[in-house]
Design a protein around this ligand. Structure first.
Ligand code: ARG
Length: 609
């Protein structure tokens, strides 16, 4: 851990203990960024109140007892009692070189969290025979970045893709599939355009509603057969779900998402437990019949009318629903998967549902206080009209087409700006930039806020965008290449990056090669870059604690900006040899953090841009 602010904390606490007594040792020093120094300590004000002293006197008492030998060059009390600290340049240089040594090897690049956790992350979770819409794009992209950050920090992560693969529509879907023939062109829609497949089945269902032995009736009988365990129906259903998996996997592969079929734990997998679960809740007095349906009424949830809000767990017709499955799911995640943290990366509109499930699970003892359950709310993706993104015809936007358009647009830019690159190189870069831009736009907005899907903005080379950060990294690669040291400083590429599920076998070798060149921190632009580089681990830990990947985007954006001003102000290739070596090593460290950070966001760093 090379973070100066965090290293100062125990010293300030020791000073507080000396000045105010041992009982104050664990006081939070309230470290904040400062306009006038590197950091400020704001604890004096609260301590002054407790000790009945003027705040500036309290600050002076802390400063008197403070040992900042070797780590701070300046200490000043300002305003009502802020303690402003300026770090010693040599200390920053030492910390930065330690950081560079650590970052050079994938094994030590990130300091693991002090207490690793066992975390179930529910994300993506699309529905069988339905289009994955932009909402699912976001739960997929945000979830995949969250799992990568947690894994990099040493957590054990269990991915759960809670696909919607069960329930009444499946009778209709199976009947339709059998009728058109599993190998027919219409059936291929299941993989290519699932919404169209669903619509076709739905239309047949609606048209035959009045017909006693028509399609709708057969569809209803089919659900009964499916849920009753009829072997033949079950086999058809399995094949149908497998077709949908092909569609999901095509999207995951286009996006570079780490989910595989092994992570699928769909609604159907809990079906066998639902009856017993309802019975248990009813017997324990935690659920009761209301209007014919079995419901729980967890405390604190009321409807518009002020009446307690029910979570329906068995409908009046005896069927089970989304709430029942989610109760079985949360119990399984805690009891069988032994999670101590359960994250639901799911659309914001499902907040009440998920909180009611969690509350019921707490009441039932299935979710003990030692286990944290969080709904990571995902905000809507809007069109330019400010409404939920829809295609011109009003139909849901096809995700694959959207992604292809992003790549095409990036390709047009690359074709114009880098005609000298080979066709193959331009194709690779276009994919990395186009997909990276879409993902970054998703990740850089607070996950619970809405954002407008706007290709021009997300593909812009200026501002907090994927291409801007990717460009900074590609530029550093080109600087190192020109200096002939790219190999020596290889950042491991994407395969060996921080978020790789399986690091490339040679990642450690490439990254460890070459003796470390010491970095000198002299110019103000170098110092600013150094201080920001020392915030990397702290930033990842914030992402982990608050589940906020946008903080990593903000960090990388600032890093790219600080690099740009450093490069404007400090010549690298043209500097005299010792300065040049130091600056190249600094560039290499920035590159490692940019490409490593992007990798944790699931974004690749182009070789050329
Ligand atoms: N399939 C659901 C949807 O598309 C999301 C499932 C989220 N996970 C959960 N455990 N409820 O809206």
């Amino acid at each position: 851990m090379n973070n100066p602010a965090e290293l100062v904390v125990p010293r300030v606490q020791a000073a507080i203990a000396t000045a105010f007594g041992e009982e104050f040792r664990h006081t939070d020093p309230v470290v904040r960024p400062s306009q006038f120094a590197d950091i400020q300590i704001n604890a004096a004000m609260a301590l002054a109140k407790k000790a009945g002293l003027p705040p500036r006197d309290a600050a002076a008492k802390i400063v008197d007892a403070l040992d900042l030998d070797g780590i701070c060059a300046g200490v000043e009390i300002s305003g009502p009692g802020f303690i402003n600290l300026s770090f010693d340049g040599t200390w920053i240089e030492e910390l930065l070189n330690a950081e560079a040594a650590q970052a050079a090897s994938p094994a030590t690049a990130v300091t693991p969290a002090a207490t690793p956790r066992r975390v179930v992350v529910d994300y993506s979770s699309p529905n069988v025979a339905k289009e994955m819409h932009v909402g699912h794009l976001r739960t997929t992209v945000v979830g995949d970045s969250v799992v990568k950050v947690l894994e990099a920090l040493g957590d054990t992560v269990i991915r759960q893709n809670h696909i919607g693969d069960w329930g009444t529509p499946f009778g209709m879907l199976i009947e339709h599939w059998l009728e058109i023939g599993e190998d027919s062109p219409e059936a291929a829609l299941l993989v290519e355009d699932p919404s169209a497949f669903y619509q076709a089945a739905r239309a047949k269902f609606d048209a035959s509603a009045a017909d006693a032995d028509g399609f709708a009736t057969r569809a209803r009988l089919r659900v009964v057969a499916l849920q009753g365990g009829d072997a033949e129906t079950f086999a058809v259903w399995q094949r149908l779900v497998a077709q949908s998996r092909r569609y999901f996997n095509a999207i995951y592969s286009m996006l570079g998402i780490s989910l595989t079929d092994d992570h699928i734990a769909g609604e159907s997998s809990y079906d066998a437990h639902l009856a017993q679960l309802c019975q248990e809740l009813e017997e324990r007095g935690l659920a009761r019949i209301s209007d014919g349906a079995l419901c729980t009424f967890p405390e604190g949830f009321t409807g518009r009318d002020g009446q307690p809000l029910p979570l329906i767990i068995r409908k009046s017709d005896g069927g089970y629903g989304y709430g029942t499955t989610d109760l079985a799911t949360i119990r399984y995640r805690v009891r069988d998967l032994e999670a101590d943290r359960v994250l639901y990366v799911v659309g914001a509109p499902q907040n009440v549902h998920l909180r009611m499930v969690m509350a019921t699970a707490r009441d039932a003892g299935w979710l003990p206080d030692t286990v944290e359950a969080v709904h990571v709310q995902i905000g809507n993706v809007l069109g330019e009209d400010g409404k939920i993104l829809k295609s011109r015809s009003g139909a849901p936007v096809k995700l694959m087409a959207l992604l292809e358009e992003a790549v095409d647009r990036a390709r047009a830019v690359i074709d114009a700006s880098r005609p000298e690159l080979s066709d193959q190189e331009r194709a690779v870069t276009a994919r990395q930039v186009g997909i990276g831009a879409v993902k970054y736009a998703d990740l850089s907005t607070g996950h619970d806020t809405e954002y407008v899907f706007d290709f021009d903005r997300m593909l812009a080379l200026t501002g907090n965008t994927g291409p801007y950060v990717q460009y900074a990294a590609a530029r550093i690669r080109s600087i190192l290449r020109k200096a002939g040291v790219l190999e020596q400083f290889a950042d491991g590429g994407d395969a060996g990056g921080l978020g790789g599920v399986t690091p490339a076998p040679d990642a450690a070798e490439t990254a460890d090669s070459g003796p470390a060149t010491a970095i000198a921190v002299v110019e103000p632009a170098e110092r600013a870059l150094a201080l920001h580089l020392l915030e990397f681990d702290a930033t990842l830990n914030k992402v982990r604690d608050a589940i906020e990947p946008h903080r990593l985007c903000g960090y990388l954006f600032e890093l790219a900006q600080l690099f740009t001003s450093f490069y404007d102000q400090c010549p690298v290739l043209k500097a005299e040899e010792s300065v040049r070596d130091s600056r190249l090593a600094l560039c290499a460290l920035v590159l490692r953090r940019l490409s490593g950070g992007l990798d944790l966001l699931g974004i690749e760093t182009p070789e050329n841009m």
